[in-house]
Structures are given as structure tokens and as C-alpha cells.
Design a binder for this molecule. Structure first.
Ligand SMILES: *Cc1c(COP(=O)(O)O)cnc(C)c1O
Length: 457
């Protein structure tokens, strides 16, 4: 029995290396190293097939909210499974997708009243862009075909969402396949360059950055369909927060120049920033908002693009006018995913998730101060319950480690050995555990990350 079990594990590890091409993974390196195969999860912990336990330090890539194997989420799924797993929503509907659409409209900014489903964040953004373009087309303003985006933006990996993205190492190779966009500087990086780290996030900095943006929009607004940006923080770029008021200023500019504001809340939505949605922090209502990641509590692939009535109404017409939105996927509005999404929101209420999160955000803030003293830490950034710690070779000059040294992964590998699973963004260590993590577990995660960074030569 024991031998059988060991054999099974060896087969799995070999098959994993032999047949499974992993996302965002250099497979040559992956195949040379020990692979971890996860078997089950419980709360903030995951367990591999060898029986090792790890804290899920990045919430299974930023999507887990209430922990793994949550009884209420499991029940919702089981109960829906006994009814129906899937039926198309092209011209038909199902119960959970209908209920969840109503729930989403109730909790998102009031202007957003219509929900278009998809399966992941990239698609939600892709759909946002197509809707924005199509909206102006239907309104007869066919010259509005361009999008303004930010450097260092990340909106997903499909061709459309890569087109509006700005992370060179991921995106530059695909340039010949992408459509052209207008790119504004990354607010955080530009702020640091202009006024230094200390003052980067102040309101005064926003005013300065906005001048350049507004000047550009003033000159080009006739052809601009939408302004695309993340909701207050550029996540995949390494947790780069916007200076105070930036989002609000972009809202003002979009209103003034008749441009749709398209906000990507895929990473920030569902409590990650301490608010249900990050745009609440500045009281901003986008025209189009993309949701994903935490939408099902981290259970199943689901995403949504929300729009205003004003946008929706432009797609209404007689059938023969062909004004409708020609877009949909096989699994759009999947009942299993939507049923667990409904339960996800109920757990937010029942467990007072957002209220209990506030002291943990404070604790994170306090403990992050300790990292400034470490020899190889060049910057420390936090936005709600997400944090990025930037590792540099030289603290004074901020000279980075050579890319090939995989310094971030070295720290991550140390942490994994100590029972904390994390995945860095290059040399930025990310702290993004499930919202439900306890203070003790958070402290442990931070202790281990500190040790890992101190160990660097
Ligand atoms: C993760 C992410 C996406 C892409 O979502 P996928 O589900 O991975 O396709 C888009 N935008 C932001 C801000 C993200 O963090």
C-alpha cells in the first residue's frame, strides 16, 4: 500500500514535468527543480501530495477570499450541481447567473446596471474594450476608435488585453500583433521620478501628473473611445499605487472630454483593498468596470464586465438593425460559477469579512516598516491588503539584481521550504493572502519573508 502510494506520487511528478505546460513558467527551469503538486486545501492552507502544508501567501494568484474548502461555498456548488452544471445563456438564462447579476448591480457603483459575463479577467477587459468601441460606433461617432492606457498596466494575456497593457517583458514581443494605443506614464513610476518616493503618493503629485494627461486628451479626445486603467494600483507591475486623487482626476477628464472610463477591478475587487471595490475609495463611478479573480471567492473561473444604462441602450434596436453585441462564449454565465459567486457575497456579510480585514491591513502596514531596514530592499508598497517589496542589488542606487539570477524566486523558494507558498513578480515579493488569514498566520508569513530577504548575499 505504501509502495503503491509512493509510486503514484512519482508518476504524478513525472507526468507533470512531461505533459503539463505551465503558465508564466520557464519550463526548462521548472523541470530541473522539485515540483509541488497540490492535493487539497483547508482555510488559508494548501497541502501537497507529499503531505507538506503551506500558507497560501498569494491567495492562489490573488483570487482566494474566504479560504479553501469553505463549507458554505462547497454547499452552494453541490446544491447547484444536483440541478444543472451548465446550459447556454445565448438567448436563454439560468437561475444563479440571474441572481448574481442582480447582486452585482446592487453592490457596485450605482451607475453600473448591466452585467456581461465571461470566464476570466482578460476576457472581461477584452469585452470592455469591444463594448466601448462598439458603443461609439452605434452612436454614430465612428472616429472614436482609440484607447488611452498607462505604462506598466496589466489587463490580461489575450491579444486585446495585451494591446492595452504596458509591461514590456510580457508584452513587447507581441507588438506586431497588437492594436495601437496611446500610452500615458505609469503614475507611480512617473511620480517617483519627478518628486521622489516620499512625496510620490501625495495629492500635489497627482495635479502635476494630470496636467500632462489632460493636455494630451485635450488635443486628441475626438478619436478617443476610452481611458483604460487599473483601480488605484498597478498590481502585476509590482503593486504600484496611484497617487491620491489620480483616479478621480481621470474621471473628471473623461467627463469633460466625452471619453468612457474603463476601470479594471479584476485584482482589486471583492475586498482586496479594504473596500468592496477600490474605486469606492475615491468615490469614482466608472462607465465600464471589469471584475474577475475574487468574484467566486477563488473557486471557479468567472468574470464580469459591468456597464451603464447609457452604454447598454446604444445596443438596443430592431433585430434587422444588427446593433447588438456579437460576443459570447460557450460557458458565459455558467450556473456553477455563478452559484458560488452568490454564496461568496453571502459569506462577506455573514463573516463580516471587510470589517475583520481592517485591523489586518493596519498590522500589515506596521510590519512593512521593518522591511525598509533590510539591505536588499529598495521600495516597500502597500495598497489595502496587497503589498509589494522590491528587492534591489544596491539599496542606494536602486540597481536591480540581474534578471537571470531570479532573486525573487530565491526568496520564494526559501519561504516555500518554511511552509509559505508565494509567487513574486520578478524581484518584487508580493503579500496577498486570502482575506480570511489570521493575524498570527500573517505575522508568520511576514517573518519568513523577512528571513528570506535577509539571507540574500
Ligand atoms: C489578473 C488580472 C487580469 C487578468 O485576469 P485573468 O483571469 O488572469 O485573465 C486583468 N487585470 C488585472 C488587473 C489583473 O490583476
Amino acid at each position: 500500500m505504501k509502495v503503491d502510494k509512493m509510486l503514484k506520487k512519482d508518476y504524478l511528478k513525472n507526468w507533470d514535468k512531461e505533459y503539463f505546460w505551465h503558465p508564466f513558467t520557464q519550463m526548462k527551469v521548472y523541470r530541473e527543480e522539485e515540483n509541488i503538486i497540490i492535493e487539497r486545501g483547508e482555510g488559508v492552507y494548501i497541502y501537497d501530495i507529499d503531505g507538506n502544508r503551506y500558507i497560501d501567501g498569494v491567495a492562489s494568484l490573488w483570487c482566494n477570499v474566504h479560504g479553501h474548502n469553505h463549507p458554505k461555498l462547497n454547499r452552494a456548488l453541490e446544491s447547484q450541481l444536483k440541478k444543472i452544471a451548465h446550459f447556454t445563456t445565448l438567448g436563454a438564462s439560468n437561475v444563479p447567473a440571474t441572481v448574481f447579476a442582480k447582486n452585482l448591480v446592487d453592490i457596485t457603483p450605482p451607475k453600473l446596471t448591466k452585467v456581461f459575463y465571461s470566464e476570466d479577467g482578460s476576457e472581461a477587459m477584452e469585452i470592455a474594450i469591444k463594448i466601448a468601441y462598439h458603443y461609439w460606433h452605434n452612436r454614430g461617432e465612428k472616429q472614436k476608435t482609440k484607447f488611452v492606457t498607462l505604462s506598466e498596466a496589466y489587463h490580461g494575456d489575450t491579444i486585446g488585453s495585451v494591446s492595452v497593457g504596458g509591461i514590456n517583458i510580457f508584452h513587447e514581443k507581441y507588438r506586431p500583433l497588437l492594436f495601437d494605443v496611446y500610452k500615458m506614464p505609469s503614475p507611480y513610476l512617473e511620480a517617483v521620478k519627478k518628486v521622489g518616493r516620499e512625496k510620490a503618493l501625495e495629492y500635489g503629485t497627482t495635479k502635476m501628473l494630470i496636467e500632462e494627461v489632460e493636455d494630451f486628451i485635450f488635443r486628441n479626445h475626438q478619436e478617443i473611445a476610452g481611458f483604460v486603467l487599473e483601480a488605484g494600483v498597478q498590481g502585476a507591475a509590482g503593486i504600484l499605487p496611484f497617487p491620491k486623487g489620480y483616479l478621480k482626476e481621470i474621471r473628471r477628464i473623461c467627463d469633460e472630454y466625452n471619453i468612457l472610463m474603463i476601470v479594471d477591478e479584476v485584482a482589486t475587487g471583492f475586498g482586496r483593498t479594504g473596500y468592496m471595490f477600490a474605486c469606492e475609495k475615491e468615490g469614482v463611478e466608472p462607465d465600464i468596470m471589469a471584475l474577475g479573480k475574487g468574484i467566486t471567492g477563488g473557486y471557479l473561473p468567472l468574470a464580469a464586465t459591468l456597464v451603464t444604462d447609457e452604454i447598454f441602450d446604444q445596443f438596443l434596436g430592431e433585430f434587422g438593425e444588427a446593433k447588438h453585441f456579437y460576443h459570447g462564449h460557450t460557458y458565459t454565465g455558467n450556473p456553477l460559477a455563478c452559484s458560488v459567486a452568490v454564496a461568496n457575497l453571502e459569506v462577506f456579510e455573514e463573516e463580516q469579512t471587510l470589517k475583520k480585514l481592517q485591523p489586518k491591513i493596519k498590522l500589515l502596514e506596521e510590519r512593512l516598516k521593518e522591511f525598509w531596514d533590510l539591505k536588499h530592499v529598495g521600495d516597500v508598497r502597500q495598497y489595502g491588503f496587497m503589498a509589494g517589496i522590491e528587492l534591489v542589488k544596491d539599496k542606494k542606487t536602486k540597481e536591480p539584481f540581474p534578471y537571470g539570477e531570479r532573486t525573487g524566486f530565491k526568496v520564494a523558494n526559501y519561504m516555500i521550504k518554511k511552509g509559505v507558498w508565494v509567487r513574486p513578480l520578478g524581484d518584487v515579493m508580493v503579500i496577498m493572502p486570502p482575506l480570511v488569514i489570521s493575524e498570527d498566520e500573517l505575522n508568520y508569513l511576514i517573518d519568513v519573508m523577512k528571513e528570506g530577504i535577509q539571507n540574500l548575499k
